[in-house]
Design a protein around this ligand. Structure first.
Ligand code: COA
Length: 530
């Protein structure tokens, strides 16, 4: 059992906790924007039409009182589009079956898909595919956001390709159509295995009456072109005709029940014991200044079952903590940065540990707080590149499920070796304390300054010190802003920013979800250069 050295009565703990609570209040405020959707006016109008909001639809679809793991609620943060990107995505349990659920938010620009909506929808389909989770779409959308069509029209075709590839892989796809689903959007029901349409509400056509009039001169109306009743009786696109929204959600649940879905992964081991230390203390571990190291065992002690951690190679490569534990009964291997920098020993240790996890088919949890691989003559001569490359090789080719939590720093190639976004962890969440960039803001501005100075010297010019100071300040502020979790989450570089206290619950839900898929085949690694 990990013996905690945290002092919850100490000044350090209290100031770290205060800082984290401040960041969580900011997070709440940003997430509230996503929940508010298009704002009061559009919400009232939507309700006035007797319709349910996107989140209400999800709530009625999932099992009563079951949790919904919402993904990327801050998508589009910092962009010209509303926070949340006009779609709600997540993993929820329907009739005991974990499903990926997406719901258009029709209160935001008619539920039209902007570039961030597209990224979020594609990510949802990837999660369904990788983890073999049935995929349920709650549809009501104005289709492509027309002013930004150039960003979405061509890549957006993948939405429909993904739907049929899911189906071909034996992963059921269900569309519950509550309203508009026109033009390209018509292929969401068109490509889904099961289609439910709400009477007098669903409108599914390739072209509405004005477009048809322009194209062929034919006079028509919404109902005869794409009404639910027509699709249920005449075209055969609707498999089920729902009387109203509640009925559609009831039918959706019934469809999932009839799948007789069986998870194909491993089951958790019993009994499950809670950590020995309060999860609340996770608020007071990460220092506000990420240059100050913290012991990730304090985090592990508050996340894993019974705070029990079988540490692997504790005395070797001590900047990286590796070891075996269980989370909600699921065996896991944990890799956690301890002092930020990764040296050759840490890289070699990680490589071996990842191979061991693949040998025993154990999922891996990456807890990131790294400033990257060590630079300098001795380290270069000692082979830091080839050792870092070994670790990146191992992470890239490992086939067991990976889950990543960015607790603090995630800089440089450390982001890669510790299974950052590009290394396709099944799911990746950040804490509000996270920061990620190619390097720290001060270092990046300093590098630009040195390069600029050398270039001026080479041309025989006098270097403008005043301009240099201004450039440094500007660049530092820019990189700092671009390193922050809301910004990165807005760009879909994670699956969401979570409260550190929820880490155990979130990882437990993720481990359950990844085990809907069978345990993957063992890995073949690239050529190692030891
Ligand atoms: N792209 C960009 N903005 C859109 C949009 C789209 N595809 N669809 C709707 N909007 C905007 C509207 O301009 C409106 O903005 P405003 O309130 O600032 O004026 C807002 O979203 C709400 O639209 P509104 O028409 O008032 O909502 P509604 O609920 O009455 O109708 C639709 C919703 C989707 C039926 C209707 O807006 C529509 O037909 N949109 C175009 C659909 C289409 O042909 N899409 C092409 C797909 S390829």
């Amino acid at each position: 059992m990990i013996r905690s050295r945290l002092d919850p009565g100490g000044a350090d703990y209290r100031s770290r906790r205060e800082a984290m609570l401040g960041k969580l209040a900011d997070l709440d405020a940003e997430q509230a924007k996503a929940v508010a959707g298009g704002g009061e006016k559009y919400v009232e109008r939507h309700r006035g039409r007797g319709k349910l909001l996107a989140r209400e639809r999800i709530e009625l679809l999932v099992d009563p009182d079951s949790p919904f793991l919402e993904l990327s609620p801050l998508a589009a943060w910092g962009s010209e589009f509303p926070v949340g990107a006009s779609v709600v995505c997540g993993i929820g349990v329907v009739e005991g079956v974990e499903c990926v659920i997406t719901a258009n938010d029709p209160t935001v620009r008619g539920g039209a898909s902007n570039p961030w909506t597209l990224k979020k929808s594609l990510r949802a389909a990837d999660i369904a595919f990788q983890n073999r989770l049935p995929y349920v779409n709650l549809v009501e959308s104005g289709g492509a956001d027309l002013p930004t069509q150039k960003e979405i029209f061509i890549p957006g075709g993948r939405i429909f390709r993904d739907l049929t590839r899911l189906s071909a892989a034996g992963i059921p796809t269900v569309a519950l159509v509550f309203g508009n689903s026109t033009a390209g959007g018509a292929y969401v029901p068109g490509m889904s295995d099961y289609v439910v349409m709400v009477r007098e509400r669903a409108k599914v056509f390739l072209g509405g009456p004005p477009l048809v009039k322009m194209a062929t001169g034919e006079e028509s109306d919404d109902e005869s072109l794409g009404g639910a009743d027509m699709h249920a009786r005449v075209s055969g696109l609707a498999d089920y005709l729902a009387e109203d929204e509640h009925d559609a959600l009831r039918i959706g649940r019934s469809i999932i029940r009839s799948l007789n879905w069986r998870k194909q992964g491993t089951m958790p081991l019993e009994p499950v014991q809670e950590p020995k230390y309060p999860v609340d203390e996770l608020l007071g571990i990460v220092p506000e200044d990420l240059k100050i190291p913290f012991d990730p065992r304090e985090v592990i002690a508050r996340v894993v079952d019974a705070s029990a951690f079988e540490e692997f190679k504790p005395a070797y490569g001590a900047s990286l903590v590796t070891g075996w534990a269980r989370i909600h009964g699921y065996p896991v291997g944990v890799l956690a940065n301890a002092r930020g920098v990764l040296f050759s020993e840490e890289s070699q240790k990680a490589t071996q540990f990842i191979q061991l996890a693949n040998q025993s088919r154990t999922p891996l949890i990456f807890l990131q707080n790294t400033t990257g691989y060590m630079v300098g003559k001795d380290y270069e001569q000692g082979g830091i590149i080839k050792h870092g490359a070994m670790m990146i090789n191992a992470v890239s080719n490992s086939t067991v499920p990976h889950l990543t939590i960015v607790m603090g720093a995630s800089y440089g190639a450390g982001n890669y070796g510790m299974c950052g976004r590009a290394y396709e962890p099944r799911l990746l969440f950040s804490w509000p304390s996270a920061k990620s960039a190619v390097m720290g803001p001060a270092q990046l501005a300093g590098v630009l300054s040195i390069v600029g100075r050398a270039s001026a010297q080479a041309k025989g010019q006098v270097y403008d010190e005043e301009a240099d100071a201004a450039m440094r300040a500007m660049v530092e502020a820019q990189i700092e802003a671009e390193s922050l979790p809301f910004f990165l989450s807005g760009r879909l570089y994670d699956d969401g920013v979570i409260d550190p206290r929820d880490t155990r619950t979130v990882l437990g839900m993720c481990l359950s979800a990844v085990n809907s898929a069978p345990v993957p085949e063992t890995a073949g690694f690239g050529v190692f250069r030891p």
